[in-house]
Design a protein around this ligand. Structure first.
Ligand SMILES: Cc1ncc(COP(=O)(O)O)c(C=O)c1O
Length: 409
């Protein structure tokens, strides 16, 4: 038996029943794990029509491949199915209540669950215009880009896509194209940091500083070079004096070893998130910015986690003395109410891609189909308004101070 949930929206009740009967008695049914479970009393039609909890759990166990977990334990324990959220609270299919201290597990739901005004705005936009390719613009796309740029002095252009990995790949492509335009293809390398994470695609894994994520998925895209982390707690040097300056000096050694004329960009998280919440040591960002100026290296800051208020400022880099050339963001950008990511850059970078309109190759030859979904920027607009109206940046700082106080008590 195969569960045709994918077709369900297009089927009439009688069609669904017909499919159900045909599939119920298919010879293959007897080998199917969900068939065996469902034979023991759980009815698939009930599950579809009434969300029967046992049937939902069995379908999940039999059909869904969850992210980032080993599935063997799920043969004996139930997979967790989340069903409802309100504010910071969540409930699973068995009715168990959780206090969600991790914003949807991976730092995403910045403004909390159950925000009707975001859902309403997205619904209204979807019935007006859900999609058109981003080679054209949209009303929410224009407004949201202006709202972002207002919060990012020195930056001026927003490129829409639909995941953090994808936004980072946009920067990698731009750095490579700039290398071809200006440096005969030679300034193509991208330096990434030990313990940082930038995504799940083969190329973002090439830029990934967490080996558990990348081992066995190679070979990777060439041209990515690892530099040391800045985690003072796990000192990499003989002395711990001026730790930030020591990391910068070790990074400069790598630049000189590789040849500064080959280095196009740094790709760095402002505060390393998945790699252990690593706040930078004193002097680190000043030193890294100085390296950019000295060796003509572009600075790409990955704000996929830290962006849109998570650290008490709109962006994590705004805590430090950094003027980025590229900023990428996703996750909390629309608090998970829609899938959206952005790559934001300077007018200087943007200009490079239109300086010679007679050259048919002289533009950013890139597209992200779902970058044209209007739900993302619509949700993003409401998300920013909520953060502003409810003072969530200030709340973030107050709660951070409170938790820090408790840790030090
Ligand atoms: C810092 C950082 N960059 C990029 C990504 C990749 O984002 P996505 O999973 O949306 O591709 C993540 C995901 O956890 C992240 O933590």
């Amino acid at each position: 038996m195969s569960v045709r949930l994918d077709l369900a929206p297009y089927q009439t009740g009688s069609m669904r029943l017909w499919l159900y009967i045909v599939e119920e008695f298919s010879i293959w049914s007897i080998f199917d794990p969900i068939f065996l479970k469902l034979r023991r009393g759980v009815n698939i039609m009930d599950a579809i029509q009434t969300n029967d909890t046992d049937a939902i759990i069995e379908m999940d166990r039999a059909r869904v491949w969850h992210h980032l977990i080993q599935h063997k334990p799920l043969e004996t324990i139930d997979p967790r199915i989340m069903v409802e959220g309100k504010g910071m609270k969540l409930w699973d299919a068995r009715g168990k209540e959780f206090l969600d201290a991790v914003s949807g597990g991976v730092w995403t739901v910045n403004v909390g669950y159950g925000r009707e005004r975001i859902a309403d705005a997205v619904r209204d936009q979807l019935v007006k215009l859900n999609y058109f390719a981003q080679s054209a613009g949209s009303i929410p796309g224009s407004i949201f880009s202006q709202m972002l740029i207002d919060k990012m002095p020195g930056l001026s252009r927003v490129y829409y896509s639909n995941s953090g990995s994808e936004a980072n790949e946009k920067v990698f492509k731009l750095v490579r194209q700039i290398s071809h335009k200006k440096y005969d293809g030679k300034k193509y390398k991208i330096l990434y940091r030990d313990r940082d994470y930038h995504g799940t695609t083969i190329t973002t894994l090439a830029a990934g500083g967490q080996d558990e994520r990348s081992v066995h998925y190679g070979p990777f895209t060439p041209g990515f070079v690892r530099i040391p982390h800045c985690l003072e707690y796990r000192n990499q040097f003989d002395s711990d004096k001026d730790y930030g300056a020591q990391v910068v000096a070790a990074t400069e050694e790598i630049i000189l070893r590789e040849g500064p004329e080959t280095i196009g960009a740094f790709c760095l998280e402002p505060i390393t998130a998945g790699g252990g919440i690593i706040t930078p040591p004193e002097g680190y960002w000043e030193g890294m910015s100085a390296l950019c100026r000295k060796y003509n290296i572009l600075m790409h800051i990955d704000e996929v986690v830290c962006g849109i208020g998570r650290t008490g400022k709109w962006f994590g880099y705004q805590h430090y003395d950094i003027q980025p050339d590229f900023v990428t963001m996703a996750k909390g950008l629309a608090s998970g109410y829609a899938a959206i990511s952005c790559m934001v850059t300077t007018e200087e970078v943007f200009e490079m891609f239109k300086d010679d309109a007679s050259d048919p190759m002289n533009y950013f030859r890139d597209i992200s189909t779902f970058g044209g979904c209007t739900a993302g920027p619509t949700a993003g607009i409401e998300n920013i308004k909520i953060i502003e109206e409810e003072g969530l940046l200030e709340n973030c700082i107050a709660m951070g101070d409170y938790c820090m106080g408790l840790l030090h008590a």
